[in-house]
Design a protein around this ligand. Structure first.
Ligand code: IMP
Length: 436
């Protein structure tokens, strides 16, 4: 069996995948992003300086690890260059360690404008996107008029024609605005030249790395409930954030995935519009938001907060074949009198325990909770399961039972060291250090 693992979000994103990936990276030779774009955000600290990575896997901070951006990702070249420049300022070079798929699609300068316009046109039914042009870039990809990285590096005349046609299509959508295609074309050529040293065949690279025994970590962005197929459609992102995206977004076969680690917060958050069945309001929501610092890493928007939803995580476990969970931000629940886990929804047509496809079912639904006493002793920084307050241990056990999957990792703070790694569970072989 292969030693590669996928690490992906089991809720609506922002589960703290970054910390978990960062912690596991020393065990892997390569970290590969398979979908999304610079709508994702991971805050990292280098020499006490804070900055946010959106596109480049945070594995870049670990010397010797190859970072891959797969064909399933949509790339805004300007966003990529900004990250490369910031990394260079911190003394981290990407040459020879960054591989960008030649098949990845490009976010064109006006995709962002189209994103904002599409949201305005939806009015009340807006998605609450990150306004980064992600949706329109994927629309062009599926509409078979997208421009790929290899197009920027190939035949100039063919690229000129593609850009001309795309800009023409854009001018038809945006009334009273006529963009000239030539400056866009010139810009694309320049972007291509700057990217050239990093561009290559990701599928081929991964196949040979895996064949020679290197371990690869497949890194998800966003999360299962934001997946275009399995999420809360239409309030989703435009890519497959769940496990299927690994194969399509990198060109690797299913058998290359040896294990799946789902990341879930000890409560639930969401940014943007759409259902959040366990959503809290008032002082309790504020309390979670402040102690969990629940503000978007990409947009700074306050995140909506609610209790842990086991219906959602059980659904994610099924879709992704999750072997074990990394449960994050347990410490945020410290000091609450009572904690609740949602195990079903009471709807107009009865109680359901499976996540519905039709979101209207959730209108007016109320969560069915299992309630437990909270804990007053702090869990922050605890590194042994047995050292957690007994109530916190019971909370985790109940959550595992209701979600149908064990927690191999429990995160008790933002620092890498503030983590409990439980041995003897399904993920053991993937958590072990790589052989020297
Ligand atoms: P888009 O990906 O910008 O099109 O936004 C679609 C939906 O996904 C919106 O609800 C966003 O708030 C959400 N979303 C996109 N990226 C992230 C992320 O990294 N974390 C959490 N939500 C996200």
């Amino acid at each position: 069996m292969t030693n590669n693992i996928a690490v992906l979000g089991a809720q609506w994103g922002d589960e703290g995948k970054g910390k978990i990936v960062d912690m596991l990276t020393p065990n892997f030779a390569a970290v590969a992003r398979y979908q999304g774009g610079h709508n994702a955000g991971h805050t990292v600290y280098v020499n006490g300086q804070k900055f946010v990575l959106h596109l480049i896997p945070s594995g870049i901070l670990h010397p010797g690890v190859t970072c891959i951006i797969g064909n399933g990702v949509v790339i805004d070249p300007q966003a990529l260059f900004k990250e490369v420049d910031e990394l260079a300022r911190l003394g981290i070079g990407v040459d020879g360690r960054l591989l960008v798929s030649e098949k990845a699609h490009v976010i064109l300068p006006y995709h962002r404008e189209l994103d904002v316009l599409s949201e305005a046109r939806r009015g009340e039914r807006k998605i609450g996107t990150t306004s980064r042009g992600i949706g329109p870039a994927y629309e062009d990809k599926i509409g078979r008029r997208g421009i790929r990285i290899c197009d920027l590096l190939g035949d100039r005349d063919a690229l000129a024609q593609e850009v001309r046609e795309n800009v023409h299509a854009r001018n038809q959508i945006i009334k009273d605005s006529t963009l000239d295609w030539k400056p866009v074309f010139e810009q694309m050529l320049a972007y291509g030249e700057r990217m050239r040293p990093w561009v290559g065949d990701v599928s081929l690279f991964l196949a040979s790395a895996i064949a020679q025994g290197d371990r690869v970590l497949f890194e998800g962005a966003q999360a299962t409930l934001l997946d275009i197929d399995h999420g809360t459609y239409p309030f989703v992102t435009s890519s497959n954030a769940s496990i299927g995206g690994v194969c399509t977004g990198l060109g690797v076969p299913p058998k290359a995935i040896g294990g799946v680690l789902g990341v879930a917060k000890a409560y639930t958050t969401r940014v943007g519009e759409g259902p959040l069945p366990t959503e809290l309001t008032g002082a309790l929501a504020e309390r979670l938001r402040e102690s969990g610092q629940e503000y978007g890493a990409s947009t700074g928007r306050p995140r909506r907060c609610g209790w842990y939803d086991a219906v959602v995580v059980r659904y994610s476990a099924r879709i992704n074949g999750i072997d074990a969970l990394a449960l994050t931000k347990l410490d945020v629940l410290d000091g609450l009198d009572e904690v609740h886990i949602c195990v079903g929804y009471r709807t107009a047509s009865g109680t359901i325990t499976e996540f519905p496809a039709d979101l209207r079912v959730l209108n007016g639904a109320t969560p069915v909770y299992e309630s437990m006493p909270g804990w007053s002793a702090p869990t922050r920084g605890v590194t042994q399961f047995g050292a957690l307050p007994l109530e916190a241990q019971r909370y985790i056990r109940k959550l595992e039972e209701a979600s149908g999957v064990e927690c191999a990792i429990v995160s008790t703070g933002s620092d890498r060291a503030e983590t409990i790694v439980r041995r003897g569970l399904a993920m053991d072989r993937w958590l072990a250090p790589a052989p020297a």
